[in-house]
Structures are given as structure tokens and as C-alpha cells.
Design a protein around this ligand. Structure first.
Ligand code: 1HE
Length: 269
């Protein structure tokens, strides 16, 4: 049953629907470098819980200002003087938000500029595609701050860059930018101009796929990574059974058969 998203109920996020089913979700505390306080996390939970049932075809996740996201709100964390149990529950809310993103079935394209650090990198790594511009840089400063990652970096950043690089980033505060960041897998695209414009192009392209195909791509692949190869192969067959027989696919298959559909060709630059 479809539900609606009311953009006016968000304050730390700016939420905007575009005509083509692409929604733009912008971290909107640039004066705090979009640091993630608990209210922002709750708004991420709200939006990404609703998105799969609200006709959202794709999301561009952006940060207002010169920096994508400075990670955990260190001032709030300092002022709250949290107990271990308090902070465990904070982290569980981060996981709620980021799992809704990774497993929710709606394609999310992160548009990155400036600092993508700590929890900001955990947030970016929960998106399905990361687009960086030349100003973007990536780091995990937790070690230097007397902290540890709590928003899934041990899983998702390790997935992107591998265990050794992840540990190096945390131990030494190593900062990756430019082509080095691309080479280690922190982003899939680096663009000359605006990462936002490029992310919008990718989101519009993804939004043209059938929603059920995108649901499978943006949930099943992640779920299958958590399974044994045997179980993943079984689950893949079940998902393909549902997706590959969807009635809406028949017109696309017919267009291929009558040669009116576009063929797969190399991108011409
Ligand atoms: C913040 C935060 C923040 C900025 N929490 N308020 N993350 C970090 O260790 C990164 C900390 N931030 C920085 O290193 C820098 O702020 C930036 C490189 C991101 C940007 O530098 P700059 O020179 O543009 O800004 P600034 O002057 O440092 O900060 C501007 C304001 O943003 C200032 O507030 P103001 O009221 O004094 O103007 C800063 O206090 C505020 N600000 N970053 C709170 N992070 C689930 S566990 C996850 C663990 C982590 O994420 S640890 C990594 C934390």
C-alpha cells in the first residue's frame, strides 16, 4: 500500500521530489559541516523507511555547502556525556538508518564533495553508488579522536577498500583523495564538474529501470553477500523467478525481439 512522504516535516534534511521520480535528500546543516546529530539520524530513518513504499524511484544523497559530512556530531556527543548503553543505542539508530538505505531496494547515489569523514564515510558507503568531485576526500579520524567506528564502517568501508586499508585509515588517519580514492574503491565515479549533476544523471538513468528490478539490485545483492554461496545461489534463483517474469518486463522483451530496443554499445566519450 503506497504511503506519502511530507517534505515539510524534515528540518535537518532537505527533501525534494523531482518530476521524474528522483528525490534529492540533502544533509542541511552546512554551518556544522553536516555533522550527524541524533535528529538527523532519525530523519534519515524516517525518509528511508518510507521511500520504498512511496514511489521513490531513486535518491540523490547530497550535503549542503563545501563538505558532504563531518561524521558524528562530536559536540553533541561531548555534551551528552553518554553512557556505554546510551551510545550503543545511538549506534543502533545509525544502523537502522543505514540498513534501510543499503537494503531498502531504492537506488541511492551519493554526491560527494569536501570532507567525507568518519560517520560521513559510513553514510556514503551505505549508498549504492558514490560520485566524487576533485574536492572530495575520505578519512576515518576515529582513532585520532579516541573513538571507534559505530555506523557500520567495519562492514561497509572494509567491503569497499579491504581490511588492510581500512585498518591503516583508522590507525594512521590516512586521507584518500582524487585518483587514489577511486583506485582503492571509495568512489565509482570522479567528475570534473559538480558531483551533484553527475549523480542526478545516474539517478535519472537508474529510475528508468523497472522498480522491481531496482528493488532486487538494491537489496538482494547486499543480502546475498551475507549468505553462503549455496544459499545465495538459491536466493538468486528465487528473486530472478519473481523479477524476470514481471508483467511489466514483457514490453521491454518484446521491444528487443522486434529490434526496436537499444542495443548494448560501448559508451562514446
Ligand atoms: C562539527 C563537526 C563534527 C565540524 N561535529 N560539529 N569527525 C571528525 O573528526 C571531523 C571533524 N571535523 C573536521 O575535521 C572539520 O570540521 C572539517 C574538515 C569537516 C571542516 O573543516 P572547516 O575548517 O571547514 O570547519 P570547522 O571550522 O572545523 O567547523 C565549522 C563548524 O562545524 C564548527 O562549529 P562552530 O559552531 O564553531 O562554527 C565545528 O564545531 C562544526 N563541526 N565538524 C560537530 N564532526 C557512530 S560513530 C562515528 C564516529 C565518527 O564519525 S568520528 C569522526 C568525527
Amino acid at each position: 500500500m503506497p504511503i506519502t512522504i511530507d517534505p515539510s516535516k524534515f528540518t535537518n534534511l532537505k527533501v525534494e521530489a523531482q518530476d521524474d521520480g528522483v528525490w534529492v535528500v540533502t544533509l542541511n546543516r552546512p554551518s556544522k559541516r553536516n555533522a550527524l546529530d541524533i535528529d538527523t539520524i532519525e530523519e534519515l530513518v524516517d525518509f528511508f523507511s518510507a521511500a520504498p513504499r512511496a514511489g521513490v524511484l531513486a535518491v540523490v544523497l547530497a550535503g549542503a555547502g563545501d563538505h558532504f559530512c563531518a561524521g558524528l556530531d562530536l559536540i553533541e556527543h561531548h555534551d551528552e556525556d553518554r553512557s556505554p548503553a546510551d551510545f550503543m543505542h545511538v549506534c543502533l539508530r545509525w544502523h537502522e538508518a543505514f540498513n534501510k538505505m543499503e537494503y531498502g531496494g531504492v537506488p541511492i547515489i551519493a554526491a560527494l564533495q569536501g570532507a567525507v569523514v568518519g560517520g560521513g564515510l559510513e553514510l556514503a558507503s551505505s549508498a549504492h553508488i558514490r560520485v566524487m568531485d576533485h574536492s572530495a576526500y575520505f578519512a576515518l579520524p576515529e582513532g585520532q579522536r579516541g573513538l571507534f567506528t559505530g555506523g557500520g564502517a567495519t562492514i561497509r568501508v572494509t567491503d569497499l577498500v579491504g581490511k588492510s586499508r581500512m585498518i591503516d585509515m583508522m590507525l594512521t588517519g590516512r586521507v584518500y583523495g582524487g585518483q587514489d580514492a577511486m583506485d582503492v574503491g571509495l568512489a565509482q565515479y570522479m567528475v570534473e564538474g559538480s558531483s551533484f549533476d553527475a549523480a542526478m544523471d545516474l539517478a535519472r538513468r537508474a529510475a528508468q529501470n523497472l522498480p522491481l528490478s531496482n528493488f532486487a539490485i538494491c537489496s538482494a545483492v547486499s543480502h546475498m553477500q551475507n549468505m553462503s554461496a549455496l544459499d545465495a545461489a538459491y536466493a538468486e534463483a528465487v528473486v530472478a523467478g519473481v523479477v524476470n517474469t514481471q508483467p511489466d518486463a514483457r514490453a521491454r522483451l518484446a521491444a528487443f525481439a522486434d529490434k526496436s530496443a537499444a542495443r548494448v554499445r560501448p559508451d562514446v566519450k
